[in-house]
Design a protein around this ligand. Structure first.
Ligand code: NAD
Ligand code: WQD
Length: 335
């Protein structure tokens, strides 16, 4: 009997890739999503890859009745909790929307998990839980500190899960993602940001397909290889494999525990290097203009990923260039 895993927020970017990976690796999945930042088109993409559609519930994690019914009517072995709003900038302007959706919503969901006797969870955390005053590469024991509602929601839920492990014998892993980038090699699923992309790679790709005129580079006076911001870009397919390793670990642990684990490549790529990667993949000219720094940005952020290797026997396999090539294919398939 294949273990059944519920993927909350599983319909869109990281969840859809994780769904495919789990289904292809001996698990069954069910997706729960309120479609606040996604559409059913993702199910079409998943079906084109798998040859069938996983069960999908159009539901909100804040809807106690719906959540209770879903948890009681399926024999779930565990949960991967993706559901949440994810824009740092938006959370600065709309903190209460993030507190309500991400924190209050997760409280309702966790309580119904406990009532249903489901105590195995992998949680989508983020590198934004680290304070700005750390040395690099970032280790899991680095100083934690948040300056926006989004990051605060992630750190709060990590502490709540620690408490549930101690008090209610849950098993939990929080995966602290760095910068996920596109897309499934088939080109059928990937990130489709609504409106103007917040993140770097989708914006560069929009320039490559002619949807936008140029890339605005936020600062070239940082202490980095070429003065532009450096980040740890993790291919979403590697990220999906990390969730497979984490849910397997959580289900096979014989003692209750909580672990927060960095999921990154351990390497940094600058903005100008990313622009060059897209130029090589697309064979298109990518115009850009240097602007002043974006408020709140750090010069460099990249992971020490040794804990993922030791605990999950996972490490990133795919290069940034391979990820960019898949992203370009996805964009060309979905113009
Ligand atoms: P996404 O927006 O593509 O997917 C999140 C999904 O959750 C969406 O389909 C949305 O409709 C759903 N959702 C939101 N609120 C919900 C609610 N109340 N009830 C049910 N469904 C709800 O985001 P993603 O990039 O796939 O990220 C998944 C998770 O990983 C998020 O929690 C995000 O904060 C986290 N994360 C993302 C990144 C990144 O750069 N993409 C980095 C670190 C952490
Ligand atoms: C990357 C680099 C920018 C856009 C964000 C969230 C974080 C996480 C991952 C959820 C920086 C530069 C960007 C542009 C640019 N998501 N840039 N021009 O800010 O590292 O992290 O996504 O957890 O929470 O904050 O990613 O892609 O916005 O920026 O020059 O048009 O690209 O200054 O150096 P970031 P990003």
């Amino acid at each position: 009997m294949k273990p059944l895993i519920l993927l909350t927020g599983g319909l869109w970017y990281i969840g859809s890739h994780t769904c495919v990976t789990l289904e292809q690796s001996g698990f069954k999945t069910i997706l729960l999503d309120n479609l606040s930042n996604s559409s059913l088109s993702s199910l079409d993409g998943i079906e084109r890859i798998l040859g069938y559609r996983p069960v999908f519930y159009d539901a909100d994690i804040r809807d106690r009745g719906a959540v209770a019914s879903i948890l009681k009517s399926n024999d779930f072995s565990g949960v991967i909790h993706f559901a949440g709003l994810k824009s740092v900038g938006e959370s600065v302007n709309e903190p209460f929307e993030y507190y309500n959706n991400n924190i209050q919503g997760s409280f309702v969901f966790f309580e119904e998990m406990e009532r249903a006797g489901i105590r195995n969870i992998v949680f989508s955390s983020s590198a934004t839980v680290y304070s700005a005053d750390n040395t690099l590469p970032l280790i899991e024991e680095a100083e934690l500190g948040t300056t926006n509602a989004y990051a605060t929601s992630k750190l709060t839920l990590e502490f709540v899960l620690r408490n549930l492990v101690a008090a209610k014998k849950w098993n939990a892993i929080a995966l602290r993602y760095f910068n996920p980038i596109w897309a499934h090699p088939s080109g059928y699923i990937g990130e489709r940001p609504n409106g103007v992309p917040n993140n770097l790679l989708p914006y560069i790709l929009d320039v490559a397909i002619g949807k936008r005129d140029k890339v605005w580079v936020y600062g070239d006076d940082y202490d980095t290889v070429d003065g532009t911001g450096v980040r740890d870009y993790i291919d979403v397919n590697d990220l999906a494999e990390a969730h497979l390793a984490a849910i397997h670990k959580v289900l096979t642990w014989d003692t209750q525990s909580f672990h927060a684990i960095n999921i990154g490549t351990g390497n940094g790529t600058s903005v100008l290097e990313m622009i060059e990667n897209v130029r090589l993949a697309s064979k298109k000219d990518i115009p850009y203009t240097i602007l002043s720094r974006r408020p709140g940005d750090l010069a460099s952020v990249y992971a020490d990923s040794s804990c993922a290797r030791e605990l999950l026997w996972w490490e990133a396999k795919r290069s940034v260039q391979q990820a960019v090539e898949d992203s370009w294919r996805f964009v060309c398939n979905n113009i």
